[in-house]
Design a protein around this ligand. Structure first.
Ligand SMILES: Cc1ncc(COP(=O)(O)O)c(C=O)c1O
Length: 431
């Protein structure tokens, strides 16, 4: 095919990151079906309406003869988002250096603007990274540490962040104080105090995990941040929001953080390899980027985006992932995921051999994710039995605080699949 014809036929001669109707017919189809179905019904009733979720399910192609209840690692993309990403990859391949030299900047800015609007922040504070690990390692390694500084983190923070702190503590001579977050807290005050009792005049950074990946517990980050600043107003509050962005219905400023890192391939269902780093303007000139970029002004957030040549299609997909997400909406998504979690957790809580590791029935303290332990089976044994005997895929969590099998449903999870889990938990060995 002649190149001009190819471009015309594929619709890629125009801005490749805009949604072309004929490129994304499946996309339009699912979105319009969802709108059509939802428009004639009460929003609150959709949470339990399997016919609605069956439409959502058509957007996710799944393979494998098992029920996937391990959706906390990363999310598959909805087919329409995948399709647009593949088309953008083909477009970049076809235009190669011309794209990189003439179009990539606009593609990045389009993604940045869309994401900033979604998060409710100014685009000037938002960098597009590869994932949470990169975002928060940049901050932990690039912070202007001084020997004798202190950091307060939590005992259920993500391993990569703990290791980043350990490594940089050795390098720069700061010390760590770790808050013991209760597994099943009675109230916010208990969690707030676990942190604030460690804050001192020497504390430079407070690191909080908004939604704990081990158990699905949500912690009151804004309250902790406020109470900690009342003790030491100068601390930098850094939030790991890997699991909460696009799963829970909030806007970023509500966290009252100085810095937030997240991955967009988790609950935004963007392709793998896109993350975000948001900073309050005052921190941008103070935190060293991981990669040298002295060509960019020290107060410009783009200095955290220097990664060399990289696959831009994973950023160009961000507006599409947001559009798909909005076709359901965060409020309904959160409500549905919690509904599925509570359905199995309520049944598990009644079973004497099981131990819930998540405050699953405490309002404001939970999410899609919940973890359950067994009195006589190790987490590994329980996960293995669930897979071998019931074809249910989960993940075993062996942690000093949280021990059990982590269950994470997704938008494509049916009520029938959750009920299959309940049945399996009643008799894991399948006799
Ligand atoms: C709480 C938390 N933080 C950070 C990460 C790291 O995310 P990524 O591997 O996308 O950098 C994860 C991954 O599961 C996580 O659960």
């Amino acid at each position: 095919m002649h190149r001009r014809n190819f471009l015309r036929n594929s619709g890629m001669g125009l801005a490749a990151w805009s949604v072309m109707p004929h490129q994304l017919s499946a996309f339009d189809h699912v979105i319009s079906d969802l709108h059509a179905y939802a428009s004639s019904r009460q929003h609150a009733l959709l949470v339990e309406d399997e016919a609605y979720w069956n439409i959502v399910r058509t957007a996710f192609r799944r393979e494998g003869n098992y029920i996937n209840l391990e959706n906390g690692y990363f999310s598959p993309q909805a087919e329409p988002v995948l399709l647009s990403t593949q088309r953008n990859a083909a477009y970049i391949n076809a235009t190669s250096s011309h794209f990189m030299r003439r179009e990539q900047e606009q593609a990045i800015e389009t993604a940045r603007t869309a994401l900033a609007d979604f998060l409710g922040v100014d685009a000037a504070g938002l960098a597009l990274t590869r994932n949470t690990t990169e975002s928060l390692n940049t901050v932990i390694a690039g912070f202007p540490w001084q020997r004798g500084d202190e950091v307060v983190n939590g005992n259920q923070d993500y391993g990569s962040m703990n290791e980043a702190f350990e490594q940089n503590a050795l390098r720069y001579g700061f010390s760590m104080k770790t808050a013991a977050v209760p597994l099943l807290p009675q109230g916010d005050e208990e969690i707030v105090q676990a942190y604030t009792r460690l804050i001192s005049g020497k504390t430079r950074m407070l690191h909080l995990t908004h939604l704990i990946n081990l158990s699905g517990q949500l912690i009151p980050v804004a309250k902790i941040a406020r109470a900690s600043r009342a003790i030491n107003p100068g601390i930098c509050v850094v939030v790991d929001a890997a699991h909460s962005i696009a799963q829970l219905n909030f806007r970023l400023p509500e966290l009252e953080a100085d810095i937030v890192g997240a991955s967009l391939h988790k609950w935004l269902c963007n392709p793998l390899g896109a993350g975000m780093l948001w900073m309050k303007q005052e921190w941008i000139p103070r935190i060293w980027p991981l990669m040298g970029d002295t060509g960019i002004a020290p107060d410009n957030i783009r200095r955290y985006e220097h990664q060399g040549t990289r696959p831009l299609q994973n950023l160009m997909s961000i507006p599409h992932a947001i559009a798909f997400h909005r076709s359901i909406g965060t409020e309904l998504k959160e409500a549905r995921l919690k509904f599925l979690m509570k359905r199995w957790a309520a049944a598990a809580a009644e079973l004497p051999a099981l131990r819930m590791q998540t405050p699953w029935n405490s309002e404001g303290r939970n999410s899609a994710i919940a973890t359950v332990g067994h009195e006589s089976l190790s987490p590994g044994q329980l996960a293995q039995l669930l897979f071998d005997k019931h074809k249910i895929f989960t993940v075993a969590i062996e942690h000093p605080v949280v021990r059990g099998v982590r269950i994470t449903p997704h938008l494509y999870t049916s009520l029938g699949e959750v009920d299959a889990l309940i049945k399996a938990l009643k008799n894991p060995a399948g006799f």
